[in-house]
Ligand binder design. Structure first.
Ligand SMILES: CC(C)(COP(=O)(O)OP(=O)(O)OC[C@H]1O[C@@H](n2cnc3c(N)ncnc32)[C@H](O)[C@@H]1OP(=O)(O)O)[C@@H](O)C(=O)NCCC(=O)NCCS
Length: 175
């Protein structure tokens, strides 16, 4: 952590909101004409990075992506709309939420297809973590997401500690 940096100002959730719209082309799909999961994860990562960047105003790297539920397939020719915003900022990390909808080009019907939470870390030119502004929730929904983000961070940390312990146990059990 770059400790020489002073703590920057607070930012609002609205100031981090970002949106991407993509049209699904043949290169994005499998043989059934459904959007590839990896391609959707790429769109999610990029749209989330925009929100993190708007919050941190410095380089950001993806540290973690929580599990994603693909609720229904996205088809060739659909529009995919992704919206992201920062849920909470910690010291150098930020949790970003992304919600994804698909719009059927012919009918205009818009359906929720996926949601994801990602953690980004603000870094300097050398890749060292650096402080980010705190986030100020303004609405009841923003406040709920802000509180949930802390619970998810605690869950990630306990899962990470559990995986580390399991790895050590396996290493020690080796002859
Ligand atoms: C993310 C990264 C900068 C963290 O560096 P580090 O030396 O482990 O940093 P620290 O241990 O000081 O942790 C810094 C912050 O990152 C968070 N963090 C680190 N690893 C994390 C993980 N796997 N999941 C969630 N948060 C993580 C810490 O909780 C901490 O947050 P806080 O400052 O808000 O409390 C480093 O692991 C990295 O560069 N990873 C590769 C990133 C990358 O290449 N991404 C893909 C391309 S963008």
């Amino acid at each position: 952590m770059n400790e020489r940096q002073t703590h920057p100002a607070t930012r609002t959730v609205v100031s981090t909101q970002s949106e991407t719209t993509e049209i699904i082309l043949p290169n994005d799909t499998n043989m059934l004409g459904y959007l590839l999961g990896g391609r959707l994860m790429h769109f999610i990562d990029l749209t989330a990075a925009m929100a993190a960047y708007r919050h941190a105003r410095t380089h950001v790297v993806t540290a973690a992506m929580d599990h994603i539920d693909f609720i229904r397939p996205v088809r060739l020719g659909d529009l995919v709309i992704l919206k992201s915003s920062v849920n909470r900022a910690f010291t150098s990390s930020m949790e970003v939420g992304v919600k994804v909808w698909a719009e059927d080009m012919r009918s205009g019907v818009v359906e929720h297809v996926a949601s994801a939470y990602l953690v980004f870390v603000a870094v300097d030119e050398q890749g060292h973590a650096r402080r980010v502004p705190q986030l100020m929730p303004e609405t009841a929904d923003e406040q709920r997401r802000y509180e949930d983000a802390l619970r998810r961070r605690e869950h990630r940390e306990s899962e990470s500690a559990r995986r580390k312990e399991a790895k050590q146990a396996v290493a020690q059990a080796r002859p």
